[in-house]
Design a protein around this ligand. Structure first.
Ligand SMILES: N[C@@H](CCC(=O)N[C@@H](CS)C(=O)NCC(=O)O)C(=O)O
Length: 208
């Protein structure tokens, strides 16, 4: 088994997922900034030219960070990061989708429409980037209001993949030098807890 890896926001999701479960997987580092995801050899692994990708021992490939996480959850169920039981699993899915489709996608669009690295990948639009940043600010306030019920984690009282997707949001905010508002006390409480979590601290140390 081999994980095609780099210190990108989506790889961070898989890193944290594996680290929380204590799973070690051989990695092949891909130099994203030098175009390592855009070579014919890598496009044969993932035709979208994106990380992460997981190659199984028999050569089968899985891409999409959540699909890769789901594969490891099935192999190593404890601790459960995708929820437990019919309601629990659906609730974690709901919250992971919400975190992915709203704050992560919004700040991701800001990055993609701003950073030179993406200039040849999509038509960058600075006005759209600014609008997505305003959208992100509203979504962070929405998350704050959701967390005002005092729950410890995004999907409830245990740490799940929904928090991990939130950590990826924090990582992109750091890359974009976007400070999160300190007056949103519930979102701030959650943010501080995530930034103090050993698996996140370790990944940030590796990224530095
Ligand atoms: N939906 C995909 C998104 C993957 C993705 O956007 N990967 C980025 C890094 S966060 C990438 O590899 N970009 C390389 C490139 O654009 O060349 C997933 O979750 O795996």
């Amino acid at each position: 088994m081999k994980l095609y890896d780099a210190m990108t926001p989506n790889n961070l999701r898989v890193h944290i997922f594996l680290a929380e479960k204590g799973i070690e997987v051989p990695r092949q580092w891909v130099d994203v900034l030098k175009g390592g995801t855009r070579t014919p050899a890598f496009l044969a692994i993932n035709s979208l030219g994106e990380l992460p990708a997981l190659e199984l021992d028999d050569g089968r490939i899985l891409t999409e960070s959540v699909a890769i996480c789901r594969y490891f959850e099935a192999l190593h169920p404890a601790p459960r990061l995708l929820g437990e039981g019919a309601y629990g699993q659906a609730r974690v899915e709901m919250w992971n989708r919400r975190m992915e489709l709203y704050p992560f996608a919004a700040i991701g669009d800001v990055a993609q429409h701003t950073l030179g690295f993406f200039a040849d990948k999509l038509e960058q639009n600075p006005d759209y980037a600014a609008a997505q940043m305003r959208r992100f600010d509203k979504l962070w306030a929405w998350l704050d209001s959701e967390l005002s019920d005092g729950r410890a984690f995004v999907a409830g009282e245990s740490f799940t993949i929904a928090d991990i997707t939130g950590m990826a949001v924090l990582f992109v905010c750091d890359i974009m030098e976007k400070a999160l508002p300190s007056d949103l006390v519930h979102a701030k409480r959650w943010e501080e807890a995530m930034r103090a979590r050993p698996t996140f601290v370790e990944r940030m140390r590796m990224a530095a």
